[in-house]
Design a protein around this ligand. Sequence first.
Ligand code: 26Q
Length: 826
Amino acid sequence: TWRKLAATEFKGKEEFQREVVRHVETTLARSMYNCDELGAYSGAALALRDRLVIAWNKTQQQHTFVDSKRVYYLSLEFLMGRTLDNAMLNVGVKQTARDGLDELGFRIEDVIDQEHDAALGNGGLGRLAACFLDSLATLNYPGWGYGLRYRYGIFKQEIIDGHQVEVPDYWLDFNPWEFPRHDIVVDIMFYGYVRKQIEEDGTTRSIWEGGEVVQAVAYDYPIPGFDTENTNNLRLWSSRPASGEFDFQKFNAGDYESAVREQQRAETISAVLYPNDNIDAGKELRLKQQYFWVSASLHDIIRRFKKTHRPWDQFPERVAIQLNDTHPALAIVELQRILIDIEHLSYDKAWGIVTRTFGYTNHTVLPEALEKWSVPLMQHLLPRHMQIIYDINLFFLQGVEKKFPGDRELLMKVSIIEESQPQSIRMAFLAIIGSHKVNGVAELHSDLIRTTIFKDFVTVFGTDKFINITNGVTPRRWLHQANPKLSDLISEKLGGDSFLKDLTLLDGLLEHLDDKQFRKDWMDIKYANKVRLAKYIKETTQIAVNPASLFDIQVKRIHEYKRQQMNIFGIIHRYLTLKAMKPEQRKKAVPRVSIFGGKAAPGYWMAKTIIRLITAVGDVVNCDKDIGDLLKVIFIEDYNVSKAEMIIPASDISEHISTAGTEASGTSNMKFVLNGGLIIGTVDGANVEIVEQIGDEQAFTFGHLAHSVPELRHQHHFAKPKPVLDKCLKAVFDAILKGTFGTPELFEPLINSITEGGDYYLVSDDFQSYIDAQSLVDELYVDKDSWAERSITAVAKMGFFSSDRTIVEYAEQIWNIEPVPVPRQK
Ligand code: 26Q
């Protein structure tokens, strides 16, 4: 059992039961006699929620009382997953709840399973935000998240006849974790015009008026820390028509329909999460979402600051704002606007406050993901902001000109405005200029941004502004919650669960490395996790997989740069090789289950083709009698956070095989290793640091290095005649093209992108090296004992990758904030 905390405890299972029953019978107006699992979930969630609220209020009061500096994490995505299990573990009541539910006739696992994921994100960036909230709360930092309350999160993926089909994710049906704040409402304006006004003292003032107004309403979500009463807040904004905006004139004139249409237009702003991962859509509604959320959040932050009656100079000593990529970069312009137009500060004084307040995190170097907004669109939607962007750019360029006189080339390269047709606004440049620190998310990535996409800004600002803060993951969700058996075994060996708050303590496992029983227990847990996944696969796909096989997993968004296509080509190569063997020979092969999961952006046609190929290969391989258990290919539908919690602990090997220099960090690589799986990966993102920490015996690395990529691409581009493919890859393409996996026409564009289209992601260059690395995996997997040793060693050396370490680095190097412990006694 875990430590209990004053505000959140139950005085035993009886009290917990009473609370569950009370909520089922009164809050939900249901009878305990026909209470199903969903009813039990609702009752349990409401019972726990009552406790969280106490700690939450106490925390917020304490932070206000101490008037400590707070950090605000602005993110358009928070990929939270489920709350009940995580909250029970964090506040230490899971055992009590388990006992209580047991007596009421429910298995806690089934109850937990009733909860719908909060899936307000696409992938890595959104999940990172969620891990950060957990670490901020656990480390007692006063930190809030600000985001959008989408009515529809990331779509639900169904696979129909091997194709991805998108189904809307309506997640708000019953949500015990959110608290509407009908008293916290902000008016947000769009469109309109700017009028100049001369004041009595002769200064001119800009007045933005005549636009359309929409209201932002706050919804709050408690974020409990682990083993602390500190409970932070996540505030999400929902859009609705401004009161008075609903046109009663029209209504009375009988034009009811168009009156309702206007109403709906306001609600559209927070209706749906854009399902693009690492790709810029450039849609007007997306820009509206960004401004709506940024403006509401800033008004809220400023309102809180003003209650302290401090002078504006002190704003950056009380407020740090972190921009999760460029999606909230308009916050820079909005704060500047508020300070000069509304608070009447001088331009220079305002700008000093702005730049001391913001930090900007870059999450990608992919050109197609770098946000640009067309000047005419910005001008139309936010005319005053467009003027301020021009001013920011002008003063910045004047400074550059002063420092580098006559360097017109440099001025062009660093200008926020790109001279395209029409002109566009480079949001990353705005974010850099308006922040005091810019960080990448892994060493290699931070080096790349300093030497490639932002190199001219290093020239202008110097190197100190550009730092690295390597990503991390929360060990509470990604070890303790996802893999309770492993977490318990580790606790037993280390004599306690302190490693969950100081992950570097994992290195204590090394002392037990030679303990035979420990190795066996360790591998038994891995096996049990594979059985759990095999059972799920059987239930959902009707395919039986043998848990004694090597489980090889690639779960992440489907993207050409992540190279799921190389994985499936490798599987086809394996299949062809097995088919060509004599039956005796085949018996020596290592049985393997290749598991995929991940969503393709709905408009990303090539990614959908990759899914189609994976399912097509599965259809053939999985029922080939010659092959049997030697190879199975599984696509798990609708990969999400709660599925990740089940899938990740079941890997022997996972794949992190992006073209070198394209994956900024990756975070699932950390989760897999933390759960005792080894990785096969390129020298990319955080793979580099993982291998550095755990040792290269514990990883399978392959492929060209980032610095060779430009030259290799160049060679593909100019090669005449087309380069010859190595014979393994050619055999794979031949098999596909002769129809081994059904209609070849479906897959021709995918093959052509490699053979004719310049092979931008260098699949042909890395394929042989990938196959060799996979052979080594097979070879080493045979020796189970040394595999166990590698697995334990890897976990023992993963301490660095806790998001707690990451958050401390942000706190010290960017935010300048300190923990504010909430007093424990009631
Ligand atoms: C931009 C404009 C318009 C619409 C959508 C977008 C958009 C949305 C999401 C652009 C990018 C994203 C997501 C990016 C992302 O998830 N990046 C990942 O961030 C992780 C956390 O740092 C890294 O580990 C991954 O390597 C990186 O790909």
